[in-house]
Design a protein around this ligand. Sequence first.
Ligand code: ZN
Length: 455
Amino acid sequence: MKSTPPSERDFSAVRFDAAVAIDGAGLAVAPASLLLRLADANPLQEPGPLTGRAEILALGTPDAVDAHPLAPHARVLRRPGSLLIPGLVNAHTHLDLTHIGPRPFDTAAGFQGFVDTVRTNRRTNELDIAQSVRDGLALSLAGGVVAVGDIAGAALGRPTLAPFHTLREGLGLGVSFVEFFSIGRGEAPARERISQLLHTNRQAFGTPVEGVRPGIQPHAPTTVSRATFRWLLDQIAPHVPLCTHLAETAEERTFIREGRGPQREFLESLGLWDDSMLAELGQGLSPVAHLAPVLEARPMLCAHVNDAGDGDLAILSRTRASVAYCPRASAYFGAHERFGPHRYRDMLAAGINVCLGTDSVINLPSPCARLSTWDEARLLRQRDGTDAVILLRMATTHGARALGLDPALFTFSPGPLAGLAAVPLPGRVSSAPRALEEALGPGVPGDLELLYRWK
Ligand SMILES: [Zn+2]
């Protein structure tokens, strides 16, 4: 084809040519061309991913895409040995802990030792918190993640929107879940602080907004009373996303089921324990069953759920809860030793929306060059042999659904696209699905390049 002088090109169109394109919705093409129209981006910007609103005009084999009227005018970016996938979702992370870096798990100190590490190292100054979130965001983008469910921790017990504002500046899509604790003798003052926060930021919480939105995270049933979970539902509009840590540790199981153990001792040491808490605790319930009345009232994103019996699965399915499984975090804390293998496949079979999260950088291998659910999917592919397309779905559309985002933004269907990443393949591939299996499999570096993102 004769090349057209640059002055006559339509620079709003960009075409990506690659070996394969595959998404979680069932599309698989090899070889593949993807034609994007960029609404407000500069397609000549270098280096790094293209940014700005974009929509897919065409996706198919190169011959098929050639037929599109804009195809001859598009700038072409070639990744001939790569697989194209949609931008990824990390449904559960703690970007404000990025400065702490990876730390080995101290088995002698247990989960409480980990909590102490977070408590002593958490930043308290809002400028420092924002910097940690920005650093975590850079690691996320390096891993092809274009939407996050990020937990904004409460330093010194003060809930903060600093991570929300930082995320909104730097990322196109996601939720910043403002975390709080409210239990025992600390229950009433903590409610007061949340009321204050919701009132001061009533505009941010009051109207559904595009892009990054504020959500709320009652930390866990071990640190927030069930009464406060229910109270919270009356304080926030139905569109405000909710998340909590649930059924994560053996200590949580003992605390909820029996009202005793290390978690109770921890609350006693802080002067927060009150015997009146036994009205809710020590009733022989699993953590999921304990929270069931709250889940019934409002679908919620539940992080971890390592401890899940058949009855718990039934509750999660019935209440349309989403589960953010963080495979490397569960392995780091040795959850399988206490509860057996994570039941994410049983959950999927029960119709539960299981998505992937990384949790914080602390529980990831050192050095940590990226914060990516691609690495969580690789672990599950290599350890469990889970279907590669299901894993891609968990890292894209399921995560989107869990965060209240449009799943179609994370597929290659025509229309708006949240992000695009390329994964180098080890060699020639026989079919598109096989390419995804190989990219997630052992013996490949698992590199990933973000080519485009919404913001
Ligand atoms: Zn977490």
